[in-house]
Structures are given as C-alpha cells and as structure tokens.
Design a protein around this ligand. Structure first.
Ligand SMILES: [Mg+2]
Length: 95
C-alpha cells in the first residue's frame, strides 16, 4: 500500500466516511471555483494544481472506502481508457 493510500485510509477511519464525503464535495466545489477563476484570469496554474491535489486526495479516500481492493476502479478505468482511446482514434482519423 502506498503512503498516500495508508494516510487516506487512516483519515476515513478517524473522521468517518460521512465527514469525508462532505470533504469530497467541498474539495470538488473548490476545484470547480478554481477552474472558473483560472478561466477568468483571476488565479494562476499553481492555484488550480492545489485544488487538483486536494480533490485527488479526497478521490483516493473515496476509492479506498467504496472499492477497497480497487477491483471495480481498475475495471472501470480500463474500460474508460479504452473508450477514450477509441474516440481519439476516430477523431484523429478525420484529420
Ligand atoms: Mg481545497
């Protein structure tokens, strides 16, 4: 288990899933706000990265809680990457 996974597992264990789902929503909302502010030129890329990292940490906590062995995560990730690859090939073929 990675250091990130270990810390994220401890966070959910200590504060509980209900609190961490609340944090997930809060961080996702902060990321949306940051992306809008970046689009308007009000903040810089590092500010967006900070919110991306916050969100990524919360996503890891959610993944570890909802899919502890990452079985569905890995399957869905493969499926979605295959779909993205297919769509890219179709779009690139048009050029
Ligand atoms: Mg944040």
């Amino acid at each position: 288990m990675s250091e990130l996974d270990a810390l994220c597992e401890r966070a959910v264990k200590l504060w509980g899933i209900r609190a961490q789902v609340g944090m997930m929503m809060e961080e996702a909302a902060e990321l949306i706000v940051a992306l809008n502010k970046y689009d308007r030129g009000e903040i810089q890329a590092p500010d967006v990265v900070e919110e991306l990292v916050d969100t990524a940490v919360m996503v890891t906590q959610m993944r570890l809680y909802f899919d502890p062995d990452s079985r569905y995560w890995d399957a869905k990730r493969s499926e979605k990457l295959r779909r993205l690859s297919y769509r890219l090939e179709m779009e690139e073929a048009k050029k």
